[in-house]
Design a protein around this ligand. Structure first.
Ligand SMILES: Cc1cc2nc3c(=O)[nH]c(=O)nc-3n(C[C@H](O)[C@H](O)[C@H](O)COP(=O)(O)OP(=O)(O)OC[C@H]3O[C@@H](n4cnc5c(N)ncnc54)[C@H](O)[C@@H]3O)c2cc1C
Ligand code: SF4
Length: 586
């Protein structure tokens, strides 16, 4: 169903003028500006050692802020409407970053640290460069995002900025190569096993607790509604959050997604509240329902910690240590630790070791000239109004092992597709900038892969739609795990499925016009995917069984698979919902 004009406006389809001038120039008059001035009254800025704190390092638990005398320290924080506008980021994501940055500025000023707050409308170095002359050389923990590292490189080369180690990671590059292998293909399992041995986490007398390293096989139960899934916590509103909310609605009103200040964690105590909630409500049942999906609960027993972990409001090391000591079933404990010590670290290393997938064993893939809009244009009929300047970074590597060239359907932006699983998860994502791992993998990227969507486009969509997305984590997860665009570099096979998996692991099918056992188009898409890409996949041992089944599939069904694929591609890229009667009757 098409949205009304008012709904489209709320979603960002109608472009509104951007009031650039307002942001920054009026800062002194904001509550935040006044509060920061008040807290800094009497603080001397001169003679301090300065640290630049990027948007995703808002913690005083790591680096110089954790151990040097606050009276000797100053920090530089940068708000950047240029970065915020480069892509159609979800409003909740913009609010999360801005509100945390502002709260962090005030928290540090309260500790006696001098805070220099800058606003820039270009690369971050344009804000830092002028400050170096005044403050002297600045240190920064090496940024996690490649985009930011590249942005800052000229200052590092000029010795105006010094990269110091990022203390938020649990593992280092040597450990990655020692565990995953010197050269690709890299495998998470062997990296994780290596790290368990190295750290002694969940190990007893040199052996894994419970007799095996991973309990993944046991963590595959569907969820039928009992035990009840917890509701996500709310957080107290305050003047900073409300001011940020107004700013987002004014300056970034053309961005998509719903802004929800009640569910916006932005302070140290909000982060602690989320962590306490996760420990009590999610972790004891984390394992068994890890792969389940439901229309009745967006997160089930997943912890929702990623957005705060990735900006370091929560510290991975602390969480792993606490979980290891918790009295919860081992399968849940190990399941969570594997995500944080295993997957999270693994994806980050693969990204950095390949320079953001620009250096691949098969050669160097093309690189997009500008940041992609994740299908915004096809959906809205208008280009995203980013202000591209000569200094802008590129739009990321475009590996495409399976040579998929279709656009991302407008269904990912909220047009109804008629596929209940897709429509439900898309609605969830735009409602809060979050959905859990299996919905990302087995619904959103599964469907995109089955429809031969350009891997870069679906990656850019994930990047803008999720509050926890940054290049180091979104690119490996989508380009490698979600779409197999880098082949077997870091996963053994494409993660694709037909309706049987979705039906087994979710309750989505109950509300669908299609029947997963009779006429679900996703099953036809699955077989036609295998057929189309057989030539590139037939050496993959993990696909021998499905390819053998494909070989036995009747010719009539195979031509129906092809016809359904074509039919769905046409309907969905035109933004039209699919009905059972639309499917080819071969
Ligand atoms: C297609 C796709 C895109 C993804 N994009 C992102 C992204 O942009 N940002 C992001 O942080 N994660 C991403 N992930 C990984 C994972 O889905 C999320 O980290 C997780 O769903 C966050 O929700 P949670 O905090 O409730 O996680 P939980 O299930 O509670 O897991 C606990 C923590 O483990 C970590 N974790 C688990 N799996 C991964 C993984 N594969 N990669 C990195 N960390 C992991 C996260 O920090 C997470 O908070 C993506 C996965 C897929 C398949
Ligand atoms: S029947 Fe098919 S399209 Fe409908 S929800 Fe189930 S898997 Fe999705």
């Amino acid at each position: 169903m098409k949205k009304t004009k008012a709904e489209q406006r709320a979603w960002g389809k109608e472009r509104l003028p951007i009031k650039w001038a307002r942001l920054g120039s009026d800062m002194a008059e904001t509550y935040f500006g006044k509060e920061l001035r008040r807290l800094q009254r009497g603080l001397k800025a001169r003679g301090r050692r300065w640290v630049y704190v990027p948007y995703d390092q808002v913690t005083d638990f790591l680096g110089p802020l954790s151990r040097e005398d606050p009276r000797d320290l100053g920090i530089v924080l940068v708000e950047n409407p240029w970065k915020a506008s480069r892509r159609p980021y979800h409003k909740q994501k913009l609010a999360l970053i801005l509100a945390n940055l502002r709260h962090f500025a005030l928290e540090q000023a309260r500790r006696g640290i001098s805070v220099r707050h800058a606003v820039t409308r270009g690369p971050y170095r344009t804000a830092l460069q002028p400050l170096v002359g005044e403050l002297g050389p600045i240190r920064v923990m090496e940024p996690a995002e490649r985009e930011l590292r590249v942005d800052l490189e000229p200052l590092v080369k000029a010795k105006a900025l010094e990269f110091i180690p990022h203390e938020g990671w649990l593992t280092n590059r040597e450990q990655f190569f020692a565990g995953a292998g010197e050269s690709p293909p890299w495998r998470m399992d062997s990296f994780y096993r290596h790290m368990r041995r190295k750290t002694g986490i969940l190990m007893k007398g040199g052996k894994p607790e419970g007799g095996k390293v991973s309990f993944d096989q046991e963590n595959r139960q569907p969820w039928k509604g009992d035990p009840a899934a917890p509701s996500p916590p709310t957080f107290p509103k305050d003047q900073i959050k409300e001011e940020v909310g107004r700013l987002i609605e004014q300056v970034f009103s053309h961005h998509p997604g719903r802004l929800d200040l009640d569910h916006l964690p932005a302070t140290v105590s909000d982060a602690q509240r989320l962590w306490e909630w996760a420990k009590k409500n999610c972790l004891p049942l984390f394992g068994p329902y890890e792969d389940a999906m439901s229309a009745r609960s967006r997160g089930l027993f997943h912890t929702r910690l990623s957005a705060l972990l990735n900006i370091h409001r929560l510290i991975p090391r602390n969480l792993v240590t606490e979980v290891e000591r918790m009295k919860i079933p081992l399968a849940s404990k190990e399941g969570f630790i594997r995500q944080v010590l295993g997957w999270r670290e693994f994806v980050r290393h693969t990204h950095s070791a390949t320079d953001g997938f620009r250096l691949l064993p098969g050669g160097e893939p093309p690189v997009a000239k500008a940041a992609g809009d994740g299908g915004y244009r096809l959906w809205s009929g208008k280009p995203w109004p980013s202000l591209k300047g000569p200094q802008d970074p590129d739009g990321g590597a475009e590996p495409n092992f399976l040579d998929c060239q279709s656009p991302l359907p407008p269904a990912y932006w909220g047009e109804k597709s008629g596929l209940a699983c897709l429509d439900q998860v898309v609605e969830d994502v735009w409602a809060e900038g979050y959905s859990h791992h299996i919905t990302r993998l087995m619904v959103l990227s599964n469907l995109a892969a089955l429809l031969d969507v350009r891997p870069r486009e679906i990656t850019d969509w994930f990047w803008v739609a999720y509050a926890d997305a940054y290049d180091w984590v979104v690119e490996p997860n989508v380009l490698a795990m979600g779409t197999f665009a880098v082949g077997e570099l870091m996963t053994t096979k494409p993660y694709i499925s037909g309706a049987a998996y979705i039906d087994r692991m979710s309750d989505f099918c109950a509300e669908c016009r299609f029947d997963p056992k009779k006429n679900c188009p996703i099953t036809h898409l699955y077989w036609s995917f295998l057929s189309r890409h057989e030539r590139l996949l037939n050496k993959n041992p993990r696909l021998f069984m499905p390819l053998r089944s494909l070989a036995k599939r009747e010719a009539g069904l195979k031509s129906k698979d092809r016809a359904v694929f074509k039919n769905l591609q046409e309907l969905l890229s035109a933004g039209t919902a699919v009905r059972p009667e639309d499917l080819p009757k071969i």
